[in-house]
Design a binder for this molecule. Structure first.
Ligand code: MBD
Ligand code: FE
Length: 284
């Protein structure tokens, strides 16, 4: 029997996301001890307050202790943090932006995806399933000037909700690519519509979700990183209108400005959508 994406295990995608994160440069902040002490004290104090207010028991303390240990063993710290914490970090980091809204990166970005050029198809299987989607747009600065050569990185789940490099049986760069905008700042990406994403149910995050009676879903989304010299990197996701989870994304990452408006393709084959990106000048 061959292994397919449907054999994905929480602990495998978790281990992959953990290894990818640890490989990333720049994950060390040079934080002065006064700030470390203040932030750590306030987080710990907030936990103390919850314990007192709710009369947390030893049984509950031990359950949390074993759950925290298991999150690490499953490699699910990237998933946990990106689903429940990252959206507030993004909100604070980009509050000053006047251009495009951004949103969270999530755990499944891989740098250096194949360069396609200004237009073309993402790497995909010969028989890749899903509604064909042609996504075009222009990258501009705050004054409306085109940004030729802007880099548009895109990655997304397939029509079964799985990401290449984080589920088995998928080609390495499936549905991941790097586009370089043309002289008018324009790009055109040929792909297929992704499916909604379900947080793995067989790992620690899934265990929390079911113990709390939550749902495990993110709406279907395209992930993007858009960049140009002298501009702040824009990390975003784009969503599809009418998705059942646009209003209750478990990762709290949907914003109205990030919902696409796809139209039936002129040739009757799938959909086309236009979405432009406006980049803020580089801060700091
Ligand atoms: C995803 O695909 C994702 O985008 C986020 C933020 C968390 C988990 C899975
Ligand atoms: Fe995602």
């Amino acid at each position: 029997m061959t292994t397919t994406e449907f054999d994905a295990k929480a602990a495998d995608s978790g281990a992959g996301a953990t290894a990818a994160f640890l490989k990333k440069q720049g994950a060390v902040a040079d934080t002065p001890p006064e700030r470390v002490s203040q932030l750590a004290t306030e987080v710990i104090t907030a936990v103390h307050d919850v314990i007192r207010r709710h009369g947390v028991t030893y049984a509950e303390y031990d359950a949390v202790k074993s759950w925290l240990i298991n999150v690490g063993q499953d490699g699910e710290w990237p998933l946990f943090l990106d689903v429940w914490i990252e959206h507030v970090v993004e909100e604070v980091a980009n509050a000053h932006h006047q251009g495009n809204k951004g949103t969270i990166e999530g755990p499944y970005y891989v740098p250096d995806a194949p360069v396609i050029g200004a237009r073309g198809p993402l790497p995909m299987r010969e028989d890749e399933s899903g509604t064909p989607l042609v996504f075009s747009g222009q990258v501009r600065d705050l004054d409306g000037n085109a940004l030729p050569g802007a880099k548009v990185e895109i990655w997304h789940a397939d029509a079964n909700g799985f990401y290449s490099q984080y589920a088995p049986g998928l080609p390495e760069w499936n549905l991941r690519g790097t586009f370089l905008a043309d002289d008018d700042g324009r790009f055109e990406i040929t792909t297929v519509r992704p499916a909604p994403y379900q947080i793995p149910t067989d790992g620690s995050c899934g265990k929390l979700i079911s113990a709390a009676g939550w749902h495990a879903w993110r709406p279907a989304h395209l992930h993007l990183k858009v960049s140009a010299p002298g501009k702040d990197l824009l990390t975003a996701q784009l969503y599809f209108p009418g998705d059942a989870h646009n209003d209750d994304d478990i990762a709290s990452a949907v914003k109205p400005e990030l919902v696409l408006d796809p139209r039936p393709a002129a040739d009757g084959n799938g959909e086309t959508v236009v979405y432009d990106f406006v980049l803020d000048p580089e801060t700091r």
